[in-house]
Design a protein around this ligand. Sequence first.
Ligand SMILES: [Zn+2]
Length: 253
Amino acid sequence: MLAILNYHNVAPVPPGMLLPKLYVSQEQFARQLWWLRRVGLLGVSLSEGVRRLNEGTAAGCVAVTFDDGYADNVVNAAPILREYGYGATCFVVSELIGSYNAWDAERLGGRKPLMTPAQLKTWVDAGFEVGSHTCSHPDMTKLSREAALAELVDSRRALRDLTGLSIATFCYPYGFHNAELAACVGQAGYQIAVTTERGRAHRNDDPLLLPRISVNGSKGLLKFLLRAATPYCDVGRRLKRPPAPRRPPAHQP
Ligand SMILES: [Zn+2]
């Protein structure tokens, strides 16, 4: 099993910003990584984590992911990640690089700066992974199949051109997903995609619909460790799972 952590901002909460739980301070982030290492967990990129999951060597690993591509990820989080030798994946909105969170700035009451092309290069040069979070951060479940595919294919190509890397991972905006969308994600060439469904990833999960563990900056360290380093988040998952198929009756001679 693999815990895939889901961060957004690593910075102090700007005054008046709604949803402060999306923010983890630099001090909190440093303390969280210290404790992850203390309990024997190595932070890796999503691709690396899933590779290990498939090989059966994910024990002792936790994947670190950041949604949206905020500038604070490279300015504040990257130096701390490097200090620990941890990998990470950042999901970037390709048409909003160097801009701000245009999709929810009004709702949250503030503009949050997104990485510039130079900051994205810094992120990549430090050895961190880049994944796609579409071109424009739409609710993809409301798009036509053609429009959804365009968001997937165009963002993948734009990010590849910008970074020089093959883009293998995808993150559904707002976590909204369905089976048809997952098929489009695969068709667009992605190998791994993450949702905001809660739980640790299992080896037999659909790699295009992996659950994650969101890191809530308003909760304390104990809750963080329970979620990141124990089966705490799997409880709800297990209940949602379909029952195991019944074995066929033994052959009677
Ligand atoms: Zn997002």
